[in-house]
Design a protein around this ligand. Structure first.
Ligand code: NAD
Length: 295
């Protein structure tokens, strides 16, 4: 079993670290939130004093942080995890960040004689808890093979997407689909309400017809049809509207940088911007249906 340092044990990282413990790994955790650390320590993890401490004396470092700046701050520089780790350490960054930062950090790790993969996830907090996440893994084939057994303790679908940064590219494209499709499903339910259609009836039809998609069948934005969706829990995240907006912005800056046409991505981004600047500030992204209903 591996010695693993885990940096960032929030909504996603917490249950992922618990699954590593369940698989028998020796896990040392660090987070700025003492509460988040305590949950892992209560389940058998060791508490590290800092991100650097979490990277010392381990074979593998896993990170699950909010944004590219956090990842750069934790890994790079003289006080960073790369400088603190033993040679040959495998770094697995599961955060969703921009492709350029993922490649910059991977280059720094490779330059220091380490292995690194970017391995963002899909599947949400439920998938993290159940150990059924999909990992989109970018990096050299050897690093992917080394990371795979560890990722298998936290996920079900482990896909090698190519070179460093390609995991993030896959994640950004996937989440642009998700952001657009949640708006589409929400608009359809609101239109259905105005036309006198019952939610369950529309769900029963669309979920077995050509409107079927994850935003509908796993994360339905109205209460009732999918009991586990945040709509049944007052739109508490789940996957926050803030995080969705972050991912939509990542897709739009990538589209601008690579001259890709994403008209629906742009329109959906503007809707999430409006939602997050109002009632959606602390809500799940599926709560955008309430803004659409009130528009
Ligand atoms: P979160 O805010 O719950 O967790 C992030 C954790 O990182 C927090 O506990 C925070 O205290 C910690 N942190 C921040 N800076 C740190 C630092 N310098 N050192 C140590 N800890 C630090 O967020 P989350 O929902 O767990 O999301 C994490 C990442 O996963 C994001 O990139 C997000 O886009 C991605 N993601 C989230 C979901 C989801 O459903 N929540 C799904 C897929 C991907």
């Amino acid at each position: 079993m591996a010695k693993i340092g885990f940096i960032g044990v929030g909504n996603m990282g917490g249950p992922m670290a618990l699954n590593l413990l369940k698989a028998g790994h020796n896990v040392k955790v660090f987070d700025l939130s003492e509460e988040a650390v305590k949950i892992c320590v209560d389940a058998g993890a060791e508490a590290a004093e800092s991100a650097v401490d979490a990277a010392k004396g381990v074979n593998i470092v896993v990170s699950m942080l909010p944004k590219g700046d956090h990842v750069r701050g934790v890994y790079l520089g003289e006080g960073g995890a790369i400088a603190a780790a033993s040679e040959g350490t495998l770094f697995i960054d599961c955060s969703t960040i921009d492709v350029a930062t993922a490649r910059e950090v991977a280059d720094a790790a490779h330059g220091a004689g380490m292995m690194m993969v970017d391995a963002p996830v899909s599947g949400g907090v439920g998938g993290a808890a159940a150990g059924t996440l999909t990992f989109m893994v970018g990096g050299p084939a050897g690093a992917f093979e080394a990371a795979k057994p560890v990722l298998e303790a936290m996920g079900k679908n482990i896909v090698h997407t190519g070179a460093s940064g390609n995991g993030q590219a896959a994640k950004i494209c996937n989440n642009m689909i998700l952001g657009i499709s949640m708006v589409a499903v929400s608009e359809a339910f609101v239109l259905g309400e105005k036309l006198g259609l019952d939610h369950q009836t529309l769900y029963d039809i669309a979920s077995t017809a050509s409107g079927q998609c994850w935003s509908l069948t796993s994360y339905c934005p109205v209460p009732g049809p999918v009991p586990t969706s945040p709509a049944n829990n007052d739109y508490k995240p789940g996957f926050s509207a803030q995080n969705m907006l972050k991912d939509m912005h990542l897709s739009q800056s990538a589209a601008d940088g690579y001259d890709a046409s994403t008209a629906l991505g742009k329109a959906a981004t503007e809707l999430y911007e409006k939602y997050v600047s109002g009632d959606g500030e602390t809500a799940d992204f599926s709560g955008i249906i309430n803004m659409i209903r009130e528009s």
